[in-house]
Write a protein that binds this ligand. Sequence first.
Ligand SMILES: [Fe+2]
Ligand SMILES: [Fe+2]
Length: 188
Amino acid sequence: MASLQIPTPAVPGVDSHGFEFLDTCHRDMAQNLVILQALAASIEADGISAETQKAARQLCVWFNETARDHHQDEEKHVFPPLLTSGDEALVQQVERLIQDHGWLEEDWIEIEPTLSAIADGYQWFEPAEFRHAVEIFRSLYLDHIALEESLAYPKAREQLDALALASMQEEMMQRRTRRSARSESRRS
Ligand SMILES: [Fe+2]
Ligand SMILES: [Fe+2]
């Protein structure tokens, strides 16, 4: 079975900055999608184990928190300057990327209850259906990341000046600090 080791979520301003940080998130996303696919295949072949339960719990947290934070980073800082660029072809592609975020959210809302059930050791779901849902999710995510890296990120890098990059960095850090403080207070 492939390794189910989930990468530790990267922290903006600590692990990397600005667009390098967004690239790091994409790398982690691609890795977690491979792990999610390996997890679904492993459960279909061999059922649930302590290892798959642990990986399922970590993937739930990663896609609920880190992936959603990443989508917000893009919707707040990367897409807006492109939507007002006046380049119609670019605007259309960015609108597609925003629509993808909605579809990815819908796919995730379908997958998350099963993943959460796996984390708790339940087996009520149909493994082949789960694997199929994961494949659709992964395929859409990879197409989405490819379009961002080939078009949206390079165009946004051209548009954002040093001041805009610094304010993007600050907002991304503060939002995560607030969320981790909320998570801490829920746990205590
Ligand atoms: Fe995105
Ligand atoms: Fe992205």
